[in-house]
Design a binder for this molecule. Structure first.
Ligand SMILES: NC(=O)c1ccc[n+]([C@@H]2O[C@H](COP(=O)([O-])OP(=O)(O)OC[C@H]3O[C@@H](n4cnc5c(N)ncnc54)[C@H](O)[C@@H]3O)[C@@H](O)[C@H]2O)c1
Length: 281
């Protein structure tokens, strides 16, 4: 495993590229939006500065890490030499299926195709390819350079050797891999999203202000960040997509997204990345 292609350079893709490059891998970062690629490089450089200031990396390491990342505006050149592809594009099943059909055509036969999806079926994504045994979930947490967990998700057709390779790779990145089976939302979002949704309902029903709800959860439950602020950091569009997958996947109203979340997304208030959500940034 030497050459990693990361598809999508948004909130998650830039962090995934950063971490692989930090641990010595060559990274091709691919995004169809040239502006997103430029923003990703600025974000990575800023986060490396922070790590350098905190003594996590040396000042000299920063340039070497940046030099290991190449930027690509199209999939073909971006995945031609990949040993592993990590897809981190929009959380939409149709969009991901289309991307995996293309990746299957363009990436080398031996390459593992991993998805950073928060909730979409690994088994469905794998079925869009001719190599379902090499398709796996590699679910990093936000912010990727900081958070230790990687959920490694076994689709129905994922080979044991693919799981072992990805688990070992996560450890090489100084992360802690946890293996889970393929059901909607896996473990992380099946547990987290109902809590976030309930906090949004509490706000919607006027139980308390956003600040008060977050303070209750921070000081009362020792959460480092309140659920509404966390939703802003994840992206409200991403939260809505995950809740829709849980709602449709399990077929129970308990996961139905709060109307306030639906409205905020419709209004383009997606959280930190657009400057406003439950808070202003
Ligand atoms: N945001 C989070 O906290 C978080 C956490 C864990 C997992 N995830 C998952 O990671 C994935 C990415 O989420 P994000 O928050 O980084 O999204 P984002 O909207 O910040 O970034 C997505 C990027 O993908 C690009 N893109 C879209 N279609 C593309 C294509 N076909 N080819 C190349 N690039 C394409 C877009 O231009 C954009 O830059 C989603 O599946 C999401 O569920 C998100």
């Amino acid at each position: 495993m030497q050459q990693i292609s990361v598809i999508g350079s948004g909130t998650m893709g830039n962090g995934i590229a950063h971490v692989f490059a930090q641990y010595g891998f060559q990274v091709s970062l691919v995004d169809t939006d040239a502006g997103a690629l430029e923003r990703a490089l600025v974000t990575i450089a800023g986060n490396l500065d922070r790590q350098s200031g905190a003594g996590v990396i040396t000042g000299a390491a920063k340039q070497a890490i940046l030099d290991r990342i190449s930027l690509h505006a199209s999939l073909g050149p971006g995945v031609r030499e990949a040993d592993l592809v990590v897809e981190a594009i929009t959380e939409n099943e149709e969009v991901k299926l289309r991307a995996f059909r293309q990746l299957d055509q363009l990436a080398p036969q031996h390459a593992i195709l991993a998805t950073n999806t928060s909730s979409i079926s690994i088994t469905h994504i794998a079925a869009a390819t001719q190599r379902p045994d090499k398709v796996v979930g590699m679910h990093f947490m936000n912010p990727v350079p900081v958070m230790k967990l990687v959920e490694v998700i076994r689709g129905k057709a994922t080979a044991g050797s693919t799981m072992q390779t990805v688990v070992a790779l996560a450890r090489q990145l100084d992360k802690v891999p946890v293996e889970v089976n393929d059901t909607p939302g896996f473990v992380a979002n099946r547990v987290l999203m109902p809590m976030i949704n309930e906090a949004i309902f509490a706000l919607h029903e006027g139980v308390a202000t956003a600040e008060s709800i977050d303070t209750v959860m921070k000081l009362g439950m020792a959460h480092p960040m309140g659920p509404l602020q966390l939703a802003d950091f994840i992206g409200l569009d991403v939260c809505l997509s995950i809740l829709n997958v849980l709602h449709e996947g399990f077929g129970t109203p308990k996961y139905a997204p709060c109307p306030l979340l639906v409205d905020l997304v419709a209004a383009g208030k997606l959280g930190k990345k657009t400057g406003s959500g439950f808070y202003n940034y």
